[in-house]
Design a binder for this molecule. Structure first.
Ligand SMILES: O=C(COP(=O)(O)O)NO
Ligand SMILES: [Ca+2]
Ligand code: NA
Ligand SMILES: [Zn+2]
Length: 308
């Protein structure tokens, strides 16, 4: 069934694990993810960005997620990732999403609060939960280019005030991650002191980690080996993610690791099978790679196997 993340996060918090939030854009990606979650008996969040809605059209994504639930019997959260304004959050809530993110992190503290409150009011009246964001990730957010120097980490005391004044259900925080494949110039580093402080000040309150892909080297190498060009890609080491999920982080967002796995598999297949031109062949390889990646994340990083 389509469910909110309320129960999932409560159990994740108590069980000191995290729920995976995987970005979806087409049929094969959705199928790969839900097959893995089914086999691992894991809680699952499928998240749709504005870019995904433009690429696949909302109706297709909604129907594909419904089909996935029908086919697997899984409980799934359908979440809007990085909602830019009240309108798109309202659209998705009216469209049956069970969770939305309103990303007001680029506005002032007060504007972010005002916008988030407006979405929370509309969502809670309809039984939908809300994720907000405080603090700015470095790196490239979907069509918002936040340069390193503007990256402002989440202030723990502001986080408490933000949660109290907005009534939001979960909060995405900035502790050193960023979106995409190039997260760190030097050694990967997260501000665990800050995360510990926020966790202490907001006990039992679900925190969200964006930009949490590991950018696993073997997949970067495979992409590059078969015609790709992704130099110097670096992500969040998996032990840091495990450590974060033992603190207040209950939702870990993963998109780039899926993209790299799917791209490596398709590049490899096409290079090794030049005579093939059946899309089902290479899209099928991509789907398999997604499934394997998600199983790996569920078992070895998130710790949410058999926690359905
Ligand atoms: O935060 C993410 C995805 O982050 P990655 O690019 O690290 O997969 N989506 O909202
Ligand atoms: Ca943001
Ligand atoms: Na999100
Ligand atoms: Zn994000």
């Amino acid at each position: 069934a389509l469910v909110t993340s309320k129960e999932m996060f409560k159990k994740a918090y108590e069980g000191q694990y995290a729920v995976g939030a995987f970005n979806v854009n087409n049929m094969e990606i959705i199928q790969g993810i839900v097959e893995a979650a089914k086999e691992e008996n894991a809680p699952l969040i499928l998240q749709v960005s504005a870019g995904a809605r433009k690429y696949a059209k909302p109706a297709y994504l909604k129907k594909l997620v419904e089909a996935a639930i029908e086919d697997t019997g899984l409980d799934v959260v359908l979440h809007l990732d990085h909602g830019e304004n009240f309108e798109i959050c309202k659209q998705c809530i009216d469209d049956g999403f069970t969770s939305v993110m309103i990303d007001g992190s680029k506005y002032s503290f007060e504007e972010n609060i005002a916008l988030t409150k407006k979405v929370v009011e509309y969502a809670h009246e309809r039984g939908v939960v809300v994720e907000a964001e405080l603090g700015r990730l470095a790196g490239i957010e979907d069509n918002v280019n936040v340069s390193e120097k503007d990256a402002i980490y989440t202030d723990p005391n502001q986080a408490v005030e933000f949660v109290e004044r907005t009534g939001v259900d979960s909060l995405a925080i900035a502790i050193g991650t960023s979106h995409g494949a190039y997260k760190f110039k030097g050694e990967p580093k997260l501000d665990f002191e800050r995360l510990e402080k926020i966790t202490k000040l907001l006990p039992n309150f679900p925190l969200v980690l964006h930009g949490a892909s590991t950018v696993i080297p073997e997949f970067v190498e495979a992409c590059n080996k078969y015609g790709g060009n992704i130099p110097g890609a670096k992500g969040v080491p998996e032990d840091m993610l495990r450590r974060a999920s033992k603190l207040g982080i209950c939702k870990i967002n993963i998109d780039t690791d899926l993209r790299l796995a799917m791209t490596a598999a398709i590049r490899k297949y096409l290079t090794e099978n030049p005579e093939v031109f059946d899309p089902r062949k290479y899209l099928g390889e991509g789907r398999k790679a997604i499934k394997e990646m998600v199983r790996h994340k569920i078992k070895n990083v998130l710790g949410c196997s058999n926690k359905k």
